[in-house]
Ligand binder design. Sequence first.
Ligand code: PLP
Length: 363
Amino acid sequence: MNLEDSTALQFDTPYMVIDFNQSLKNMKKVQSFADQHGKTLRPHSKTHKIPLFSKRQISLGAVGVCVQKVSEAEVMFDGGVEDILISNEVVTGIKTDRIADLASRGCRIKVAVDSEVGMSSLNESAREVGKEIDVIIDVDLGMDRCGILPDDFPGFLKKSSGYSNLTVYGIMAYDGNVADESRSERSRKVASEVETLTKLCKDYERINGEPQTVSVGATSTYDLWAEYDIITELQPGTYVYYDRRTTEYGASTMDEIAMGVVGTVMSKTHSNHAVIDAGYKSTSIDNGRYPILIMPSGDTAPVTSMSEEHTVCSDANQLKIGDRVLLLPSHACTTTDQWDKAAIFGLNEKPGTIEIKGRGMRE
Ligand SMILES: Cc1ncc(COP(=O)(O)O)c(C=O)c1O
């Protein structure tokens, strides 16, 4: 992320800023990795939430996108993205009707499922509009979030084939929990997940024939999964911007981070202490982690506390009131969700702003 370009923009602070050229490099890096390993890439759009970015990822070779919410799927489809996997569970009739509506409008919509309640509702909504909807069975390989437990998989798969308007097309497993700073530890955990998944693929083949798609992976694990033949699709998301966290576990360098928040030093009442006009309403502190603060010199300074509107930095001798600084968030996705629009440079000839159309899409 280019500090000079980010802080030179003539916007009032705080503002979120995107380095589009860097983001494009990140997109190309992961796409060519997936291509080299013979896997399709279905990037998660929850990081950028911008249809234009998804369309760029698709034009580089991605097969479609993941979204987490029905409302995000609607934003993406209205923005011109046609192949969308809701990689999350949907159970209410209002939402499954909206999914069926997307299918009627020509969207190649797919949905992750882990319950009969969800499948019945989706089946009913699809039947009402005379459509068949593709579903992928979400399994829990250890994240302890959504997903069918491995022991229950064969029974669930058998039941899932009984819905007239649903077509089961594969298995999905998300493992964002595997984010250890040691790559060998992540590799060991993925190898153990592969063992379980291989067994589930055999169950699938016995009951339903070969799965068309086996979709897995996060920014912390996609490169490890790519080594295994049973995997067909990778679904990382954060790589489009990277962040402090991905840098800590070695998936990116600091230079590859493509989004941040620019703030101004607004108070400096004693020598070592500076306060920035952007707090956690501007920069997510998911898991209690503070952003990296970059000063005009390019050096970093420690963040010691944050509140809604303030970031406090100790050891800030170099800073003076009015200086612009760049905050590189610990989590890019949750930071993006705090902004209706972002400053962007590298997209057009002149820096401008871009609307974050999927921001705040909760249902
Ligand atoms: C189901 C699913 N797939 C993919 C991703 C992308 O993971 P990451 O942002 O770590 O690359 C997420 C992120 O939360 C997710 O929930």
